[in-house]
Design a protein around this ligand. Structure first.
Ligand code: FAD
Length: 640
């Protein structure tokens, strides 16, 4: 039996980004003893990188905005694959969540008359993103950290212990979920990253809020934390992942120099007036408006430019089409020889706005390019290209409570699936974190309140989890001694090359074979040294998660024989209405397990039809582009 540090809570939240913190606050406010565990320092989660803003139909910049318009935009952006109930809750509740942040001390940028300012972003009909310059995620996390501290101070006043109601375990990694005999969640197992000390949490409800998967790809905007841990933990515990084929490639990442390739260039640059040009200086996006969006976007640069100041009488610029469309357009320009010297295109804000205004509106972008690429964006265009940014697929949850199909296991934020369909609109993640973080925290609290007795952790599971994480120090077949960094680089390259922005069946079949090989080799990964401060060991453990998630993404992408949103098949280029009705669920095959990397199977499931009052928010002619005639038989605009 291995020595572990043991802790008991009512609700355990794994992840301290926007979603995890909002869930923890909700659970603690319901009076439950809550713990938050995170890999990074408290306050350093990936969410702090969010730049452009948080989408909420507050109607401050255009009073025609409403939750219905936001709902419509979100469904269109996701090409009607979104869980419509999630999209509805999100659009309805986002404004309240933004206001709530201000009551906790956030300070968003203001309109001249003192309201929260809202900026334009791709796919949003009206300016809708509440923002703090281009550092919105930082303000969101800072505010919620402050709220956590305020709750801890309130607890201290009553109990004399700041951490009696809400405790943060920073720089700790969870490696396994623990269940009871009847299959409910009962806790989690992990370790302290600094010391390697093992941790055992006992809790009847666990909320996963671990973020995305971008570190499985070479070119990504994502931070080191994004190794798909929550998705893999959920799969191994018996939950389903939904629609893992949908991975968003943001159109504008840095492309030069190589050391910074993939770092994000916020969509706020285009929202505030920046335009894309090819090597010939042409604003090429006018040639890439797809049929489903025809008539909704400006047809020439003159109209597009007028739209920035007069949105009632002009249509928006196609530079602000949803991200999947813009990323594909850039990909085509580069492939057809009209790209920039380093394999991107140009993003020009310099010729569109005075230098002082650029520095005021986009301070982070100004410094990012100046310091990392020696480019002055107030004087010259940026070179940009697609970068792996966000995963729309994720843990399948109940929209209202965030509960997965495993009793007591909840998920929220980027690691949960459904909300964004096949493509997320910019700004809809920060609002997603707030809306569904709160809902998952409340869902977990209600679940615990309704339990007759607490589920018990099985001691043998704790021993097995401890043994698994120590394997890389002494692998059973250490003959070949695989290096975790080399294996990670291979995985990233194969995902990038074979399961990237444009996919084919043949390449993905090859990818699955290569993933199978990596699965066999991961058994032999060996690390040197001790458990203290050992990044090679951390990566060796993360690799198991990246492999299982890579298999879920690839198998789902191979199964979906159409192109939609963040999933483009060169061998199946069109949208297929039959596929819109189907979700793809990834599950683990119990017992089929190599070194803790279970096999994944993917199968279709029917989507629930949209409620009639929501369906009626769309013109019949638009729905006909996505739905089968049979599904639209009851639409109010259909002739009897
Ligand atoms: P995160 O904020 O990533 O938090 C995950 C947490 O889980 C971290 O605390 C991490 O340490 C922890 N964790 C992970 N694995 C484990 C484990 N095994 N054990 C313990 N802890 C673990 N969205 C917008 O809406 N607007 C924007 O303007 C915007 N800008 C962006 C800019 C950039 C550069 C990037 C990369 C993304 C941007 N996004 C934006 C997307 C958005 O930031 C993310 O989708 C969102 O922050 C995810 O939040 P989260 O709470 O789900 O996860």
């Amino acid at each position: 039996m291995t020595e572990t540090e043991r802790h008991e809570y009512d609700v355990l939240v794994i992840g301290a980004g926007g979603a995890g913190l909002r869930a923890a606050i909700a659970a603690r406010e319901r009076g439950l003893r809550t713990a938050v565990v995170c890999k990074s320092l408290f306050g350093k989660a990936h969410t702090v990188m969010a730049e452009g803003g948080c989408a909420a139909a507050m109607g401050n910049a255009n009073e025609n905005d409403s939750w219905q318009v936001h709902f419509r935009d979100t469904m269109r952006g996701g090409k009607f694959l979104n869980d419509w109930r999630m999209a509805e809750l999100h659009a309805r509740e986002a404004p309240d969540r933004v206001w709530e942040l201000e009551t906790w001390g956030a300070l968003f940028d203001r309109t001249p008359d003192g309201r929260i300012s809202q900026r334009n972003f791709g796919g949003h009909t009206y300016p809708r993103l509440a923002h703090v310059g281009d550092r919105t995620g930082l303000e969101l996390i800072r505010t919620m950290q402050q709220r956590v501290v305020a709750l801890q101070q309130a607890d201290h006043a009553v109990t004399g212990d700041h951490e009696s109601g809400l405790r943060v375990f920073a720089e700790c990694t969870v490696t396994e979920l623990l269940s009871s005999d009847d299959g409910a969640v009962a806790g989690a197992f992990g370790y302290r990253r600094e010391s390697g000390r093992l941790l055992e949490f006992h809790a009847p409800a666990v909320v996963l809020a671990t973020g995305g998967i971008g570190k499985s790809f070479t070119v990504t905007s994502n931070s080191w934390e994004y190794t798909g841990d929550g998705q893999a933990l959920a799969l191994r515990a018996g939950a389903d992942l939904v629609d893992m084929e949908f991975v968003q490639f943001h159109p504008t990442g840095m492309v030069w120099p190589p050391s910074v390739k993939g770092i994000l260039v916020t969509e706020g640059v285009r929202g505030d007036g920046g335009v894309l040009r090819n090597a010939a200086g042409e604003r090429f996006m006018f040639g890439y408006v797809p049929d489903v969006f025809k008539g909704q976007y400006a047809e020439d640069p003159e109209e597009a430019d007028r739209w920035y100041t007069d949105q009632e009488n002009n249509r928006r610029t196609p530079d602000l089409l949803p991200r999947d469309e813009v990323a594909r357009a850039i990909n085509t320009e580069v492939k057809e020889g009209r790209g920039s010297p380093h394999g991107g295109v140009y993003l020009d804000i310099a010729s569109r706005m005075p230098a002082d205004e650029i520095k005021r509106r986009l301070p982070s972008m100004y410094h990012q390019f100046k310091e990392l690429a020696d480019v002055d964006i107030t004087a010259e265009p940026m070179e940009v290209g697609p970068t792996c940014h966000y995963v729309m697929g994720g843990i399948q949850v109940d929209p209202d409570t965030g509960q997965s199909r495993v009793p007591g296991l909840f998920a929220t934020g980027e690691c949960a699936g459904g909300m964004h369909g096949s493509n997320r609109l910019g700004g809809n993640s920060l609002s997603d974190l707030l809306v569904f973080g709160r809902r998952a925290g409340l869902g977990a609290a209600d679940y615990v309140a309704g339990l007759g007795r607490r589920p018990a952790v099985r001691p043998a599971d704790v021993d097995a989890a401890a043994a698994t994480i120590l394997v890389p120090f002494d692998p059973p077949s250490s003959g070949t001694g695989e290096n975790p960094y080399a294996l990670h680089a291979e995985l990233q390259q194969l995902m990038n090359d074979l399961v990237g922005i444009i996919r084919t069946g043949a390449e993905m079949t090859a990818a699955l074979e290569r993933l199978g090989e990596l699965r066999r080799r991961v058994r032999d990964v060996v690390v040197q040294g001790h458990r203290q401060y050992n990044p090679g060991w951390h990566l060796a453990l993360d690799l198991r998660n990246m492999l299982v998630v890579g298999e879920a993404v690839t198998t789902s992408a191979l199964t979906r024989t159409e192109s939609r949103g963040g999933h483009t098949r060169a061998d199946h280029p069109g949208l297929d209405p039959e596929w819109r009705r189907r979700a793809l669920l990834s599950r683990c095959v119990p017992g089929d397990d190599d070194a803790g990397v279970p096999r994944v199977v993917v199968g279709p499931a029917d989507r629930a039809p949209m409620r009639d009052d929501l369906l009626a928010l769309f013109e019949l002619s638009e729905l006909e582009k996505y739905y089968t005639p049979a599904e639209l038989a009851a639409h109010p605009a259909r002739d009897p």
